[in-house]
Design a protein around this ligand. Structure first.
Ligand code: SAM
Length: 468
């Protein structure tokens, strides 16, 4: 049955499975010949389907699905639905995320107290899987800056965080070197590094074509540069979480050794139940702790995670409180319960922020290109307040605002930015909802209804619903 079994374990599998790139299996020295066989079989299986629920927008059809063991909000699906045709995805009620990468949830909960405030930098954040996960864990007064260096990807990141609906999440589009100038500004640094992507071979088969040992080395050099550029942004005793979706030791355990050679860091061990099927590994020279997800051992794709605590550097930078504008409270009162928010005005646009985060605006603006700051509530045009789409998706919006519940077909038409004709009791602004979750705004002018769904976010594909 296995004609090549007498050969070395690598030669055997390369012969058996031509679809894996040459030399790839040599990057898995930790797996025995038997395990390589299981690994190879798993590569032939379809990828696992999973998503993570938004705890601030609870109540989806997936709530009762099987839970991802290392993330309470993670859910497995038996098959892949047409997510685009589900308005709840657009409402930010869940995020479609690979299950293994949700291990970040366990890591963060074990390494920090999330009842207290943290300042977090998610350095390589698009499209937003890890950022939305962090946002769901952190306290209301914590601050998350999600950064993405590539402009087009940064816009998608901002869209996903707007849908997630929190005012303590900001987005920047900057080079890590720029953010490194924010010295000791963050006490948590998350680096989900660009990598060779071998962990996602069965989910994104095109990665098979790109993979070669030179590419792995190129990725490793880039990972080192990212550390060098951003290390100074982390405060003393700050937490660094490093992740890849690669199987290569060069990008994983060797990178941990590099970190311990170059910087003053302690490796942090996690407490992972054996039943989860996660493989604990150690780096060769410093014995730094890493955690590997292999698709033949658990329900998920390939993933690697390691945590460090910074020993040197300055304590977290403190800033003097800044006074918030109170003059716009009148415009915002109809939309928001009196609560903990400040209003920042720029060019007639009103942004909702946690009052303590106002102080962070100036230093961050001096080193980065901010594309989302808190929640863009809307703009003032003379005496009128025009609500923005981001406000509709904010989880803290009053729940007795004028609204209309749409059926699936009309909800999709709304998301396609088509003209819709719901029955409305009076003129003015209405929230449109699907299964009780806000999708955006419409305005009833009496003779017509204007659809305020953002043109950039609209669903482009037509006929996405099965015929009734
Ligand atoms: N954290 C994201 C999530 O969970 O959705 C996935 C991040 S992906 C693994 C790595 C990201 O790093 C990509 O969005 C990529 O554009 C970005 N990137 C590429 N080159 C980079 C560089 N030199 N410095 C920082 N980020 C980079």
């Amino acid at each position: 049955m296995y004609p090549y079994l007498f050969r070395t374990k690598y030669a055997y599998f390369t012969q058996l499975n031509q679809s894996l790139p040459p030399h790839f299996l040599e990057t898995l020295p930790d797996l025995s010949a038997e395990e390589l066989e299981d690994f190879e079989s798993a590569q032939q299986m379809p990828p696992v389907i999973s998503l993570r629920l938004n705890p601030r927008k609870s109540g989806t059809t997936f709530d009762k699905n099987a839970v991802v063991p290392w993330c309470d909000n993670g859910r497995y699906l038996n098959e892949r639905p047409n997510f685009t045709a589900d308005p709840l995805l657009h409402a930010g009620a869940y995020y479609v995320q690979e299950a293994s990468s949700m291990l970040l949830d366990t890591a963060l909960r074990q390494c920090a107290d999330w009842c207290v405030s943290h300042r977090i930098l998610d350095l390589c954040a698009a499209p937003g899987g890890k950022s939305t996960l962090v946002a769901s864990i952190m306290s209301a007064d914590s601050f998350l800056l999600s950064n993405e260096v590539i402009q087009s990807r940064a816009s998608i990141l901002a869209e996903n965080l707007s849908k997630w609906g929190q005012m303590n999440t900001w987005v920047s589009n900057s080079d890590p070197k720029q953010l490194g100038k924010l010295q000791a500004f963050f006490d948590v640094l998350i680096i989900d590094a660009p990598c060779s992507g071998s962990g996602l071979f069965r989910k994104i088969p095109s990665y098979l074509e790109d993979w070669n040992p030179d590419f792995v080395n190129l990725c490793a050099e880039r990972q080192k540069r990212i550390f060098q550029d951003s290390y100074s942004a982390l405060s003393q005793h700050g937490l660094l979480v490093y992740m890849t979706c690669s199987f290569s030791r060069t990008e994983n355990e060797e990178m941990l050794d590099y970190l311990m050679d170059e910087f003053e860091m302690d490796s942090v061990a996690l407490d992972i139940p054996v039943s989860w099927g996660i493989t604990a590994t150690l780096s060769d020279r410093h014995g730094a702790h890493g955690y590997r997800c292999y698709p033949h051992k658990l329900k998920g794709e390939g993933f690697f995670l390691a945590c460090f605590r910074k020993k040197d550097g300055s304590p977290l930078q403190e800033f003097k409180p800044v006074k918030s504008e109170i003059k716009y409270q009148e415009a915002l009162n109809p939309y928001l319960s009196i609560g903990t928010y400040a209003v920042y005005e720029h060019d007639g646009h009103l942004f909702l922020m946690h009052p303590e985060h106002l102080t962070l605006l100036k230093p961050i603006l001096s080193h980065s290109r901010l594309i989302k700051k808190g929640i863009l509530a809307g703009k003032m045009i003379r005496q009128d307040f025009i609500p923005d789409h981001e406000l509709a998706l904010y989880h803290g919006l009053k729940n007795d605002l004028p609204s209309v519940e749409l059926d699936l077909q009309m909800a999709i038409q709304y998301l396609q930015k088509e003209v819709i004709h719901p029955v409305l009791p009076h003129k003015g602004w209405f929230l449109v909802k699907y299964h009780g979750k806000n999708l955006g705004w419409i305005k009833n002018l009496g003779n017509r209804v204007n659809n305020y769904y953002p043109v950039n976010y609209r669903i482009l594909s037509k006929n996405i619903l099965p015929d009734a």
